[in-house]
Design a protein around this ligand. Structure first.
Ligand code: PNS
Length: 159
């Protein structure tokens, strides 16, 4: 049976840290669905379509699908036939929220396991919010994001 995993997040925008986790996930799943959340609480910098397109451009792989979802992640994961939810853990500070979310998702979808992956050590400090902030003030984000994302950030902040 095909093992399908969902990797959910805001991806505003995708970073090298996300890319690293996608590549690690593809080592043990047959298909990975990157699930871009519609209803992020804060106003995102990139529209949903922009976030989806940037992921597709940054990580082209035939075993990867990028989809947006609205509502509960557990429902989306069930709908697409996933048996695994992938989340990244960068630091201890991530843990409490992730732990609660994993237990809530298990409550909603008992057959789906959350698997936590740790990114490459030199990417543990990278987050979309820091990337947005550095780019907003003209800092160099080239080591942290794909060149297409770097260009997209430049265009956003030159307006
Ligand atoms: O990249 P983020 O912002 O950390 O991703 C958080 C996300 C989108 C994965 C989380 O907020 C989520 O799953 N939202 C969908 C709504 C939902 O299912 N909420 C209950 C989670 S226990």
């Amino acid at each position: 049976m095909k093992r399908i995993a969902v990797y959910p997040g805001s991806f505003d925008p995708i970073t090298k840290g996300h890319e690293d986790l996608i590549h690690r996930s593809l080592e043990f799943v047959d298909q990975l669905i990157v699930a871009v959340a519609v209803n992020v609480s804060k106003q995102p910098l990139f529209s949903l379509d922009e976030r989806v397109a940037l992921i597709q451009q940054a990580v082209p792989d035939k075993r990867l699908a990028v989809q947006s979802f609205e509502g509960l992640l557990a429902e989306f994961a069930k709908k697409v036939g996933a048996s695994v939810i992938i989340r990244g853990l960068r630091a201890v500070s991530d843990f409490e929220y992730e732990f609660q979310m994993a237990l809530m998702n298990r409550n909603l979808a008992p057959k789906i396991e959350t698997v936590f992956l740790v990114p490459a050590f030199d990417l543990t400090f990278v987050s979309s919010s820091l990337v947005r902030e550095v780019a907003r003030f003209g800092g160099d984000v080239s080591p942290l994001v794909d060149p297409t994302v770097q260009q997209a950030l430049k265009r956003k902040f030159s307006k």
